[in-house]
Write a protein that binds this ligand. Structure first.
Ligand code: HEM
Length: 430
């Protein structure tokens, strides 16, 4: 008997561990299904999903950052009243009087910026892997909605400190809404609750930020993860001969079916599962990337390490840099330049060159619609990079253009949107 077995077998051990030790895969799968938290995960994933290269754990990072935002956001809510008379003073009090207030405000602010980055990077990783292809098309669409909600969450939160940075960033951001054809002014009035950013705007943004958008995000993430869980065994990244027919993978096949969809047949009868025996030591075969492995412990341990790493980075940034707080919002003192938050800097840069209808409405509309339509337009069934040159090059060109425009708008624009260098005083604030 080894130490573990002795502990389990002792009087105290038996009082703690009611369930007999799970040895076979079938036993372990039953344990997985019996646990609420584990049940959120599939029982098995393809071995390749364990690698950093596969997902860079960016979906998990997005989820952890959202968790960090929820916890720090609830803390901030205890000390914040969304009215122009109180908001700014509340934030000052959080920073100076509330124990750990400054620190938790930092955690909230930096987690928000990091979440925008993580979600965008997760989308790019999923794209390059071709993981939006059948049968995951709709999960990609849910993902695009998640990206939009994440941006809106960040943007509505931006106004809440009610300082000059917040006030003018939101003035610029909401001005674009008025260029929506026909209903533009109504959309803007609906967002602002009046002709300019004021007390009604602050209350609306607050309700959107702490109730409507988080609930929408939780609902969408739940659907997203549920579909990921159901589909997790269904993609093959195999790079095959382009003339070979691609194995059609269907949702709902039991996990014991081989990847080509042919049922396992024993003595002429179709069987649903195979109970694996323990192979003799010298008999173990090398696992390929496509072989299923148990999620517990292999994937869960990696996800836990990724989650801790993300939290560590957030804590470190929050200890090093304080979230900005400028002077109190002053509607009569327009800063020059007025800058939108960095994730809208590319759109603001486009506004300087094109009609607002094009830059503020048609371009963002086309980007969101184009992303949603992508899995239905790209009918190439292959996953391997060599079969997806055009898709990958097109996506990369768009991303590089967007990053350059963001950098220009954020760091290289000064008074009246003239060109300046980043070390001059006008660069954007986070
Ligand atoms: C709040 C935002 C998001 C969260 C919390 C989130 C979370 C996750 C998680 C935890 C996974 C499984 C593990 C992984 O692949 O990393 C996943 C998979 C996936 N995500 Fe997201 N995601 C978000 C946004 C997005 C966006 C913006 C897209 C694309 C537009 C997207 C598309 C996908 C797809 C297609 C999968 C399945 C990948 C596969 O099975 O290979 N997600 N997501």
């Amino acid at each position: 008997m080894n130490v573990k077995e002795r502990v389990r077998d002792s009087t105290i051990g038996r009082s703690i561990f009611r369930i007999p030790e799970r040895v076979t895969e079938r036993d372990r799968a039953a344990g997985h299904w019996a646990s609420f938290l584990m049940h959120l995960y599939p029982v098995k994933v393809r071995r390749v999903e364990l690698t950093f290269k596969y997902s860079a754990f960016l979906g998990v990072a997005s989820l952890v950052l959202f968790g960090s935002l929820l916890v720090s956001g609830i803390f901030l809510m205890f000390f914040y009243v969304p009215s122009p008379a109180n908001a700014y003073g509340n934030i000052q009090a959080i920073q100076t009087e509330v124990p750990f207030g400054q620190y938790l405000r930092n955690v909230h602010r930096w987690s928000a910026h990091l979440m925008v980055l993580a979600v965008a990077a997760h989308m790019a990783r999923v794209f390059y892997r071709g993981a939006y292809k059948s049968p995951k098309e709709f999960n990609w669409v849910i993902g695009v909605l998640l990206l939009v909600v994440t941006l809106l969450l960040s943007f509505t939160g931006y106004l809440l400190p009610w300082d000059q940075l917040a006030y003018w960033a939101v003035t610029v951001g909401t001005a674009m809404a008025s260029y929506v054809p026909i209903v533009g002014d109504q959309v803007r009035d609906l967002l602002l609750g009046g002709p300019t950013v004021g007390s009604a705007t602050l209350l609306r943004f607050y309700v959107l930020h702490v109730a409507v958008l988080p609930v929408a995000l939780v609902a969408l993430v739940t659907a997203h993860l549920w579909r990921w869980r159901k589909d997790s065994m269904l993609t093959t990244d195999e790079i095959g001969d382009p003339d070979e027919p691609v194995a059609k993978l269907q949702p709902g096949l039991p996990m014991t079916e081989p990847a080509n969809g042919e049922p396992i047949v024993l003595d002429g009868k179709r069987v649903l599962g195979v109970v694996p025996g323990k192979p003799a030591a010298g008999d173990r075969k090398e696992l390929s990337d496509e072989d299923p492995v148990m999620v517990w412990p292999h994937l869960l341990v990696r996800h836990a390490v990724a989650a801790l790493a993300v939290l560590f980075v957030v804590l470190l940034i929050a200890l090093t840099f304080d979230a900005p707080l400028k002077e109190i919002a002053n509607p009569t003192d327009t800063p020059n330049p007025e800058k939108a938050p960095w994730y809208f800097a590319a759109l603001q840069e486009l506004l300087a060159h094109f009609h607002p209808l094009v830059a503020g409405v048609l371009v963002p509309g086309a980007i969101v619609m184009g992303l949603m339509a992508l899995p239905y337009m790209d009918r190439n069934p292959r996953f391997g990079p060599e079969f997806r040159r055009i898709a990958r090059i097109t996506f990369t060109i768009f991303m590089v253009i967007w990053i350059i425009l963001t950098l220009i708008g954020f760091a290289f624009r000064g008074p009246s949107w003239s060109w300046v260098w980043p070390w001059e005083e006008w660069h954007g604030e986070l």
